[in-house]
Design a protein around this ligand. Structure first.
Ligand code: GLU
Length: 411
């Protein structure tokens, strides 16, 4: 009897799961989007302001390049860190668009921006290293850092500073364990952009403290009002050495499902990331890589058209929200999100029930009005919701009208 008991204990111990994995929260942006899509599939007239996913189809020339890749048998393994042709195209894009000199050997192509970030943190962090993440932040940063044994350290950018952080704020959370800063401009979720002056000050801070900057520039093409995207690595040799520039094709080229992200970094970091990737995923999809070459080197007119459309939607969203009672938002300057402060609605009642959190606000919107929005507690910011305007003006109009209806029923 005794022996059987002992075996049982051993079996239970062997079934213990990874604490690190169990500490990860599933992505709520993807969960909300999945819920909206599921309701749509059931025939419910849902308006989805959830995930930042362009409603446009991937441009035809890009799809044609992918079909040609299949037809010509380009369906086998490629070098783990990506094909030379795509690295050359990315290198050229870095030079022309970002003013950055990354040789192909400094570029690693991965399965989307999240994967690029995963590679970055896997190779720059040792257990206990701290990574400063300005809040509000895109919800995946802390989870990716934790999975790489890092410790996320948060610092809040307040509404008064455009939800951005400055050097003083960064210094207040910098310790001898600080290894990196995540800098996302244009920002998801706020749509704000760091000016060149702000970036120069942050670059000096990073050099002075000798830390890496993980510059997430995924929304670099989506910049409005005649503003220009500025890459922090472009200022001088010192900040260039310490920066890993991350970008991808999902948002600008309507290629979310194709999963192509990339990084520009020192050769040393690129080499390490290439090795890690060679064991974890091998190459990014061969067909998607060929499509990405066409995206970067082919006709850019659809990209311009999409940017124009996003700009129209941005203005429309902002104008409508600016007129609403109880909520407030800053005019977004980039990406395709509006970040809405709903503080004044909290503690009001809807059908006799008190609304206490932005999550409750969002729950009522989806359950009662079929409008999906993202509550931002997971983005490190209570009392706010995020809406993506990467959907048609007709859908925006319908969704915003429903939100106005909801607000009119608050007491
Ligand atoms: N990055 C997009 C968003 O924030 C897509 C969903 C996700 O990856 O979180 O909505």
């Amino acid at each position: 009897m005794k022996r059987i008991h002992r075996i049982k204990v051993v079996l239970i111990m062997a079934l213990t799961l990874s604490k690190k994995a169990m500490a990860v929260k599933p992505s709520s942006t993807l969960a909300i989007t999945a819920k909206a899509k599921e309701l749509k599939a059931q025939g419910v007239d849902v308006v989805g302001f959830g995930a930042g996913e362009p409603d446009f189809n991937t441009p035809d020339n890009i799809c044609t390049a992918a079909i040609e890749a299949i037809n010509s048998g380009f369906t086998k393994y490629t070098p783990a860190s990506g094909i030379a042709e795509l690295k050359a195209a990315i290198s050229e894009k870095f030079k022309k668009f970002n003013g950055l000199d990354y040789k192909p050997s400094q570029i690693v192509i991965s399965n989307g921006g999240k994967h690029s970030l995963t590679n970055v943190f896997s190779v720059i962090l040792n257990p206990g290293d701290e990574v400063i993440i300005p809040a509000p932040y895109w919800l995946s940063y802390p989870e990716i850092v934790k999975l790489a044994d890092g410790v996320p350290v948060f610092v809040r950018g307040e509404k008064e500073t455009g939800y951005k952080v400055n050097v003083e704020m960064l210094e207040s959370v910098t310790t001898e364990k600080t290894k990196a800063l995540v800098l996302n401009t244009p920002s998801n979720p706020t749509g704000m952009i760091y000016s060149e002056e702000e970036l120069r000050a942050i670059a000096d801070y990073a050099v002075k403290n000798d830390i890496y900057v993980v510059a997430d520039e995924m929304y670099e093409h989506l910049v409005y009002n005649g503003k220009k995207h500025v890459s922090i690595a472009s200022f001088n040799e010192e900040i260039y050495k310490r920066t890993i520039t991350v970008s991808g094709l999902a948002k600008s080229y309507a290629m979310t499902g194709w999963r192509i992200g990339y990084t520009g970094s020192s050769e040393e970091i690129a080499k390490l990331m290439g090795s890690v990737q060679s064991h974890q995923t091998s190459n990014p999809n061969s067909i998607a890589q060929k499509a990405a070459v066409e995206a970067l080197t082919g006709d850019q007119s659809t990209v311009k058209m999409m940017l124009g459309e996003f700009d129209k939607r941005r203005k429309y969203m902002y104008e409508r929200f600016a007129k609403m009672p109880y909520v407030s938002t800053l005019e977004p300057e980039g990406a395709f999100y509006v970040f809405v402060d709903v503080t004044d609605t909290l503690n009001m009642t809807y059908k006799g029930n008190k609304i206490e959190t932005a999550a409750e606000f969002a729950r009522i919107l989806i359950d009662e009005y079929n409008v999906a929005v993202v509550p931002c507690a997971d983005f490190g910011f209570e009392n706010h919701i995020r809406l993506s305007y990467a959907i048609s003006v007709e859908q925006i109009d319908k969704g915003v009208t429903r939100i106005e209806q909801f607000l009119s029923e608050l007491r």
